[in-house]
Each structure stands twice: as C-alpha cells, then as structure tokens.
Design a protein around this ligand. Sequence first.
Ligand code: ADP
Ligand code: ZN
Length: 520
Amino acid sequence: MIEQARHLLKQIFGYDQFREPQQEVIKTLLSGEDALVVMPTGGGKSLCYQLPALIRPGVAVVVSPLIALMQDQVQALSQWGIAAGYLNSSMDFAMAQEVEHQLRSGELDLLYVAPERLLQPRTLKMLSECQLALFAIDEAHCVSQWGHDFRPEYLQLSYLQDCFPGVPRIALTATADERTREEICERLGLQNARKFIQGFDRPNIRYRIGQKHRAKEQLLKFLKAEHASDSGIVYCLSRKKVEDTAQWLQEQGFNALPYHAGLHAELRRHNQHRFLTEENILMVATVAFGMGIDKPNVRFVAHLDLPKSVEAYYQETGRAGRDGLPADAWMVYGLQDVIFLRQMLESSQADDLHKSIERQKLEAMLGLCEITSCRRQSLLTYFGESQPEPCGNCDTCLEPVPVWDATEAARKALSAVYRCGQRFGVNHIIEVLLGKSSERVLELKHHTLSTFGIGKELDRNQWRSVFRQLVARGYLSVAANSHGVLYLTDSCRPLLKGELPIEMRQDKRKQESFRKRNDP
Ligand code: ADP
Ligand code: ZN
C-alpha cells in the first residue's frame, strides 16, 4: 500500500519523495494504528493524512479550528482532483445540505469540520452512518491548557475514540514541548499512538531580537534595507496598533494590509487572499492571523511587540521561509513590553495554576530575549532538543553581545525602588536615581532620600535597560492593576545586599543597523 502512496504522491502532488517522517506516518495509519505527529510549520503535515485518506476506503474527517482556512484548503484539494468538502458554522443551510448529501453518497475523500460542528449530535449521527477512513485532528495543541492556544471544544474530541472505535486517529501540531505532547496524548486518548517528533530547527531563519527605541522607524529601516519588495508579516499586540502601523506603512509606500479579529469577516478574507496570492504584500496583524497559513515565500516575520511565550514566538516566526530559503525573524522589544505583559498576567482573572504557568512561559520568552549566547540553541533547548554548537545564524552569534558588570547599578536600582516605598513606576524611580528635582519628586520629598542622585553615572536609557533586565529576570515585579508599579521580589535580596554579582547586556544604541546577509 505504501507503493500506492508513493505513486499518488507523484501523480497527484508531483513530488518524487517523502519527507521525514511522512512515509512512516502514512504506514501507521494505513495499518489502522493511531499517530501523533509533531512537525515544524511547513514540514508537510497535511500529506500525512491526505494520502491515507485517498487510500483507505471511506471519508477522512479532518478537525480544524481554522474556519477561515477550510475553504482555501478544500479549494486547493479540488484543484488536485481530490473530492473534499467542509462543514462549519459560517455556511448557509443549502451549502451544508449539499456537503451532507455528498458525504452520505460516499463521494467525499476528505471532510473538513470545525470541532464544535463535529460534536453536534446531528453530525456524529451522520458520520456513524458513513464509512470512515480516519480522523485527523489538526492543530492538536489546542487541546492543551498548558499550550498557548487552548480551545475548550477540543477537549470533547476525546469522545471520538468511544464513538468510533477502530477508526484510526492522527493528531498533528507544530508546537509541542514534552508537557504539551503528554497532555495531547492523555486528553485525546492517544497513549498507544505511534509518536513522530520531527526536529524543530529552522536553519534558514535568522533570529534577531533588538531593543525597541522607536519601533516603527526601526521597522522601516529594516524593511528598506533588507526586504523592500518581499512578502512578510508584521505582528502587533493590539488591533489599534495593527491599524495604525498598516496605515503608516502604506504612507511609506508599502503594500501593507491590516488583519485582526475585529475587522469585518469579508475584509479579513479579502486581505488574507491578497497576501496568499499576490507578492510584495506586508500583512500587519495580530496573532489572529497566520495559523495554518501556507505561503512558502514569506521572507520575514517582524514582531513589534513581545509574544507571550516561546511557543507563540516559534510558531509565529515559523511562518517565514517555509520554502527553505533565507528568511528573517526580526523583533524589537523594550521595558514597556515587559511591564505590560507582566501586568496583564498579574491582573488576569485566571486561577493560580494558570497564572503560574503563564508566568513561567513569559519568563522563558524574556530569557530568550535577554540571553547573550546563541538564540537558536536556547530555542531548541526549550523544545527539548540540543544543538551542541552555536548556530552562526542569529544576532548573538553574528555580533556577540557585550556584557557589563551591573552589580552596583542593580543594587542602586533596587534600593531606589525600596526607598521610594515600592509604590512607583520606572520613570519616577529613574528621576530619583538621576537626582532630578521635578515637581513630583519635590512634592513627595523624594529628594531627601538617600538614593536621590546616586545614579548619575548612567543616563536615562541605560537605566531603562537596567530596569528592563531586572524585571525580565524576575528581580523586580509589577504590581497587579497598577500602572507599572515596581516592587522587589524575594529573589532580589542577594543583589540588593551586593552579595551576588550580575552581568547585563550592553544594549547597542543603534541595534537596528545590521550586517547585510551576504556581507563578509
Ligand atoms: P504543515 O502543515 O506541516 O505546516 P504543509 O502540509 O502545509 O505543512 O506542507 C508545507 C509545504 O510542503 C506544502 O507546500 C507542501 O505541498 C510541501 N510538501 C509536503 N510534503 C512534501 C514532499 N514530500 N515533497 C515536497 N514538498 C512537500
Ligand atoms: Zn546562534
């Protein structure tokens, strides 16, 4: 049967050989066993279930959370001559009836369906009357509460094994650390599934994380210097920033389009379609954009705001360079990002367990930003892979980061926070350190503090860098529901006493200037 799969690979998709581990996955499903597939974005997950869908009798049911993309996928499959349909809540009754008719008459090879639709009694009943080739559960990390994209309706997919015993199931995802992987298997009843974990390294992506000064200007410089006529994605945290940035880039002469969940569905579809089909389009988007997007020649992914976790960073940057050619993952971040995310987390309604998970995840992301060694090594370590040598294709490898002994500065910064009563934000603390007799400082009598003016050896930006690194490393924290009020954590004590030396990154003033790719 695997010969048949190879034949179809060539005949239908035009490919000569399988990629790792497609062949083994396909064999597993053809023999009726379950599989868990973890492969990086662009690795070729779809073929793992599409080929068995064609070979095994009956229809393959593909569960996907991405309603917006179902239509594209089905259209693409139809072009290959494959009979595929989809069911989701966005379609009208007549359309749904047509698909149901095809399904009942056994015409379909693949049926894409949103999880909530699949789990409706009506759909389950209909499926129980059909011959089923397999279930494919795409974006399977959505079942994990530990994962960054939890969707409650995914939890109920555990019914599938009870309702349809004997129908092989395959779960697929691009992101799964050890813990998420275990959670997927447990929740979807895949303990006995064969597991295929493919390497996470994306060697053609060059990782760069710089300090944010004037983000838009920095982005513009990066675009002009390196990607003047490429397609790329620019991620922003808020909808408003997406719109502002897109408009600003348009004014600068770029084909920039906005994308976020608040835009009208029609416009979203339109912009996404343009991005997929035209060249030289910049998609300025919130994280609502991108999951499942298959555009091979995205040459860069830029982040104007810090993602909440390394998983999110990896998945978002992973949309660049799916064709294997050089691509950039470019990000700027600053003190405000750290404060903002910390604060959002502390003031969220989540229970303690979730908060502590979120906290660890943010910690890891900040760690990746602040490290002075190879970013790729750190990224791969996070996903449980080791790479013995520095990669030579990230900013820290290409331009080693100078560090400085910040023991004294850290002590001064922390004691200033303490002396001011742990009730102020970074700007005020820096005023005090610099000895600025501003109205506010005088009014609060902070010019009488022992820490007033003890930090004149550094300028405002250098102090911001110190505070950013202290917050990033968890020596300072941000009070919930405050406007960035800093307070000391327990771990800062040895620093405050001067017992623990600390080295910090020396931030480059002009980090955005960067050697071009082919320069010696
Ligand atoms: P994923 O879902 O893992 O992100 P896709 O299934 O969308 O990745 O595949 C990414 C790209 O790789 C697609 O353009 C696909 O056609 C191509 N591809 C998949 N398998 C092979 C193969 N064996 N040989 C060549 N190209 C492949
Ligand atoms: Zn490196």
